[in-house]
Design a protein around this ligand. Structure first.
Ligand code: TGC
Ligand code: FAD
Length: 395
C-alpha cells in the first residue's frame, strides 16, 4: 500500500494541481508563445490603453502573424488548431486584458466563423484569407437597443428589391464596430433571421463609438446604423436561416470566453499572492494572516477548478462529444468565478487595488462586461435549467 506523504513547499502555487501535465508539448508551446506575446506587447502598455480608452490596433497584424485570427478554423489561411489550443490562446490573451481576447473572439468566432460555416465558397475565398491575415477586420451585429437577451425579437430587417437586399435597422454594443471593414449583420427576412455580409463602406452604413465605458476600455464598442443599405443578392449567408445561425456562432465565442475568463482570474490571483507576500502590516507580511491566506486559497482553488472545467470542455469539443449546453455551463461558472476572484484580489490589495498600477481593478471592471455579453449569467442559468428539467423558462 502506498502512502502519499505531505511535501510542504513542493507544490507550485501557480499550477497547484499540475494541470500543465495535462497539456501536450504542442499545446504548451502555443500557450507559452501567446503568454510571451502578452508579456512583451500587451502588459507594458495596457494600463495606458485602458485609461485612454483606446484599442491597440497595431497588435492586429502581430496576432494575425501568430495565427490567432480564426485559429480553430480549417483552410482559407486559418491555422486549423484544436479547440483546446484556441482556448489556451484565449486564456493567455485575457490574462493580459479582456479587450484583446474580445478582439480575437469577435474576429475569429463571430465574424469569420459564420462565413466559414454558413458562407458560399465565393464568400469564403473573398473574406477569410484577408481576415486571417488581419487585413480585414470584422464585427458581429446581433444585439439591438431593444433586443439583447432575446435576439429573436430583433427589428433590423432585410427586404428583397429585385435581386438586391435592402437592410434597415440599428445594432448596439458591437465590439470592433468602428474598426470593422466588414460586419456580419443578422436581420429578419421573409425566411426568418438571415446573416448578411456588409462591407462597412456600403452607402447607408455608419457606426458610432460608445464612449464613457468603465469596462473593456481597451476595446472598441459601437452602434451600427443601417439606413437603406443596398447589398447584392449574394451578400446573404446561404447555408442557414433562423436563430440557430447566430446562436451557433455564440457557441464558438462563448467557448473562447470560458477559457479566457480563467486567464483574467489567474492574473488577479497571481497579483494578490505576490502582493500579500511583500506587503507588511502589524510587523509581518499580510500573507501570514489567516484571513488573507483563506482568501488566497479560495482564489487558487477557483482558478484551478475553472482551468479544469475549461480543459474538460475543450477536450470534449475536440473529440466531438460536446453538447452546446456544456458551453453554457463553462461560460456561466467560469465568468462568475473570475469576477469573484477579481473582487477578492482587489480586497487583498487594499487601496492599491483600485489603481491601474496593478491589473486587478482593470480585470474586475472588464469582467463586468464579460458577465453580460455572450449571454448573461441569468440566460445561461435558464438554458441549463431547461437542460436538466426539460422545461423552458423562455416560452
Ligand atoms: P430557441 O427557440 O431556444 O432556439 C431557436 C433556434 O436556435 C437553436 N438553438 C441553437 N443553435 C445552436 N446553438 C445553440 N446554443 C442554440 N440554442 C438554440 C434552436 O434549436 C432553434 O433552432 P430551430 O431550427 O428549431 O429554429 O431560442 P429562444 O428565442 O428561446 O432563445 C434562446 C436563448 C435565450 C438561449 C438565446 O436567445 C440566447 O442565447 N440569448 C442570449 C443572447 C446573446 O448571447 N447575445 C450575444 C450577442 S454577441 C455578443 O455578446 C458578443 S460579445 C463579443 C466580445 O466582445 O467578446
Ligand atoms: P437585457 O437583455 O435587457 O437584460 C437585462 C437584465 O435582465 C439582465 O440581467 C438579464 O440577465 C435579465 N434578463 C433578461 N431576460 C431574462 C429572463 N428571461 N429571465 C431572467 N432574467 C432576464 N452584442 C453583439 O451582437 N455583438 C457584439 O459584438 C457585442 N459586444 C458587446 C460588448 C460589450 C462591451 C457589451 C457590454 C455588450 C456587447 N454585446 C454585443 C451585447 C451583449 O450581448 C448584450 O448586452 C447581452 O446579450 C445582454 O443584452 P442587454 O444588455 O440588452 O440586456
Amino acid at each position: 500500500m502506498s502512502t502519499t506523504a505531505a511535501r510542504p513547499g513542493k507544490v507550485d502555487p501557480y499550477d497547484f494541481l499540475q494541470i500543465d501535465a495535462l497539456l501536450s508539448a504542442e499545446e504548451r508551446l502555443l500557450r507559452d508563445t501567446v503568454r510571451r506575446f502578452v508579456a512583451d506587447r500587451v502588459l507594458p502598455d495596457i494600463a495606458e490603453w485602458f485609461e485612454a480608452g483606446t484599442f491597440p490596433k497595431e497588435l492586429v497584424k502581430e496576432m494575425a502573424a501568430m495565427g490567432l485570427l480564426g485559429m480553430h478554423l480549417d483552410g482559407y489561411g486559418c491555422a486549423g488548431t484544436s479547440a483546446v489550443a484556441y482556448g489556451l490562446a484565449c486564456l493567455e490573451l485575457e490574462a493580459g486584458d479582456s479587450g484583446v481576447r474580445s478582439f480575437v473572439s469577435v474576429q475569429g468566432s463571430l465574424a469569420m466563423f459564420p462565413i466559414w460555416r454558413f458562407g458560399s465558397e465565393e464568400q469564403k475565398q473573398q473574406w477569410l484569407p484577408a481576415m486571417a491575415a488581419g487585413d480585414v477586420i470584422g464585427c458581429f451585429g446581433l444585439t439591438e437597443p431593444d433586443s439583447g437577451s432575446d435576439p429573436g425579437s430583433m427589428r433590423t430587417a432585410a427586404r428583397r428589391h429585385g435581386d438586391d437586399w435592402v437592410l434597415n435597422g440599428t445594432k448596439m454594443w458591437i465590439t470592433n464596430g468602428d474598426l470593422a471593414d466588414v460586419a456580419v449583420v443578422w436581420a429578419q427576412t421573409d425566411d426568418g433571421i438571415r446573416g448578411f455580409i456588409v462591407p462597412t463602406d456600403t452607402p447607408g452604413f455608419s457606426s458610432n463609438a460608445i464612449h464613457r465605458k468603465l469596462s473593456l476600455r481597451a476595446s472598441v464598442t459601437s452602434e451600427l446604423v443601417l439606413s437603406d443599405v443596398r447589398l447584392p443578392g449574394d451578400a446573404v449567408l446561404p447555408e442557414v436561416a433562423g436563430l440557430k445561425g447566430p446562436l451557433s456562432c455564440l457557441n464558438e465565442a462563448r467557448f473562447g470566453i470560458l477559457f479566457g475568463a480563467v486567464g483574467a482570474a489567474r492574473a488577479c490571483y497571481e497579483a494578490a499572492l505576490g502582493y500579500a507576500k511583500q506587503r507588511h502590516q502589524f510587523g509581518k507580511p499580510i500573507a501570514s494572516f489567516q484571513l488573507i491566506q483563506r482568501t488566497l486559497v479560495e482564489m487558487m482553488v477557483a482558478v484551478n477548478r475553472g482551468t479544469l472545467v475549461a480543459l474538460h470542455i475543450g477536450r470534449k469539443k475536440d473529440d466531438g462529444s460536446l453538447d452546446p449546453t456544456h458551453v453554457n455551463f463553462g461560460k456561466l461558472d467560469n465568468v462568475r468565478m473570475a469576477l469573484d476572484v477579481a473582487r477578492q484580489a482587489r480586497g487583498v490589495l487594499g487601496a492599491n487595488g483600485i489603481t491601474l498600477e496593478y491589473p486587478v481593478v482593470r480585470h474586475m471592471n472588464n469582467l463586468e462586461s464579460v458577465y453580460t455579453y455572450e449571454g448573461t449569467n441569468e440566460i445561461h442559468t435558464l438554458v441549463l435549467g431547461q437542460a436538466i428539467t426539460g422545461i423552458s423558462a423562455f416560452d
